[in-house]
Each structure stands twice: as structure tokens, then as C-alpha cells.
Design a protein around this ligand. Structure first.
Ligand code: ADP
Length: 219
């Protein structure tokens, strides 16, 4: 489903140059649940954003569900992300001028789901994540933990084939974290492919394979 070959990503120039991802080769099969682990700064988030087609400034070749991403123009790349990927950002990236319910609706509008069905799916997600009381709240008024839950809900609401999650439980209580991991596991069993970045061995234990990174390289 995902094949990365000789992927390199460099930030900055001269003294500021950082080789964030170095010669990475990685295969993720359909139905895999892969965990990327490694020390802070080793390139995990950078690699995940490449997989999610959120970054285009890398070299190498990348095939995603049969499409050669390295040949795609930005619009096509974004379309592929919207059609297939649910992404949980480490820093949530919620839209500040939209309410919680409106944030959850965004991925559904990309998929051209009709209004009544959209409302039903939003209500269901709010209920599932215990976010009903916050539906009219704006992200800026919410705690980090609640924003993280909204971010997870938004990532999965459109039932994406691929879930990419960057430290998805970093701001949650351990019982909430376990619930999110159990949810990912259920979605994975139902066919979703999952790639998560985490420091937590507990979270990693929900996946079926762990990939270690160090200094930009996959070990
Ligand atoms: P991790 O997710 O493993 O903590 P990152 O992928 O965030 O690591 O970062 C890898 C390296 O790339 C780090 O040295 C980081 O400082 C650098 N880096 C990441 N993003 C940027 C950026 N936008 N500009 C400059 N350097 C960056």
C-alpha cells in the first residue's frame, strides 16, 4: 500500500542543514498497524508527514496505493491525501474559527457526503468521543486533551483507508489513551491501515510491527 524508496528530507542550508530523514526505505502493507519509535528529533514526524503527502520537499520515490507520489503535482497530492488519509497532528491543527462540530464536518465535505448524512456522522462522532457538550465550543477555549480528542475524531470520521497518527495520545489520560488505541485497533481490524508515531511502549503494543528510527534513518 505504501512503498518508500531512498527517501531523503533536508531542512535548511549550510550550518543550519539538518538531514531529518535519510535514505529511508519502508513498506507498509494494506491492513498493517505500524508504530514508528525513536528519540525526539530523529525524524519521525517528518517521515509521517511525507507518508501523509503533507510535505513535498523530499527526494526519492514513493508509491501510495499504486500512485507514484513523487510524480504528482501539488493538487493531485492533496486530493490523494483527502481521499485516503485521516491524519492526527501532534499539535492538533484544528481550525480556530470553526466550532468542534464544524471541524469534524470538514473531512466529510471533502468526500462530498450529503448534508443530512454529514450531520448524522458528526453527531455519532461527538457521542463516541464524549464531545457532545463541546459541540459549539471553539478550539481555543478547550484544553489540550480535548483538542487532541477532536483531532482524533476528525481523522477517523470519514472512515479513511489510512490513519496516520503523530503522538495521538500525548495529552490524554492513560485510560483515554487506551480507548483511542482500542479504537485504532478496531478500525485496523475492519481494514484500515494505521501508522502511528509514539514514545509509548503501551501504545506500540497495539500495533503489529514497530519500526525504529535513529538520526533520520530507519533501523
Ligand atoms: P521527531 O518527530 O522524531 O521528534 P522531527 O521529524 O520533528 O523529529 O524532526 C527531525 C529533525 O528535523 C529535527 O532535527 C528537527 O529540528 C528538524 N526539523 C523538523 N522540522 C523542521 C522544520 N520545519 N525546519 C527546520 N528543521 C526542522
Amino acid at each position: 500500500m505504501i512503498q518508500l524508496r531512498n527517501i531523503n528530507r533536508v531542512f535548511g542550508k549550510g550550518d543550519e542543514r539538518t538531514e531529518a530523514v535519510r535514505n529511508v526505505n519502508l513498506d507498509v502493507g494494506e491492513g498493517d498497524f505500524v508504530t514508528i519509535m525513536g528519540p525526539s528529533g530523529c525524524g519521525k514526524s517528518t517521515l509521517l508527514s511525507i507518508i501523509g503527502m503533507l510535505d513535498a520537499s523530499w527526494t526519492g520515490s514513493y508509491t501510495f496505493v499504486g500512485t507514484e507520489v513523487h510524480r504528482l503535482k501539488p493538487k493531485k497530492r492533496i486530493a490523494l491525501n483527502r481521499d485516503y488519509v485521516g491524519y492526527v497532528f501532534q499539535q492538533y491543527h484544528l481550525l480556530d474559527d470553526l466550532t468542534v462540530a464544524e471541524n469534524l464536518e470538514v473531512p466529510l465535505t471533502y468526500r462530498k457526503i450529503k448534508g443530512a448524512e454529514r450531520s448524522r456522522m458528526v453527531d455519532e462522532a461527538l457521542e463516541r468521543f464524549g464531545l457532545g457538550p463541546k459541540r459549539r465550543a471553539y478550539p481555543g477555549s478547550l484544553s489540550g486533551g480535548i483538542q487532541q480528542l477532536v483531532g482524533v475524531a476528525r481523522a477517523i470520521i470519514a472512515r479513511p483507508r489510512v490513519i496516520l497518527a503523530d503522538e495521538p495520545t500525548g495529552n490524554l489520560h492513560s485510560d483515554q489513551a487506551r480507548e483511542i488505541m482500542e479504537l485504532f485497533q478496531r478500525l485496523n481490524r475492519d481494514g484500515a491501515t494505521v501508522v502511528q508515531v509514539t514514545h509509548s511502549e503501551e501504545n506500540a503494543s497495539f500495533g503489529n510491527r514497530t519500526v525504529e528510527m535513529f538520526d533520520g534513518e530507519v533501523k
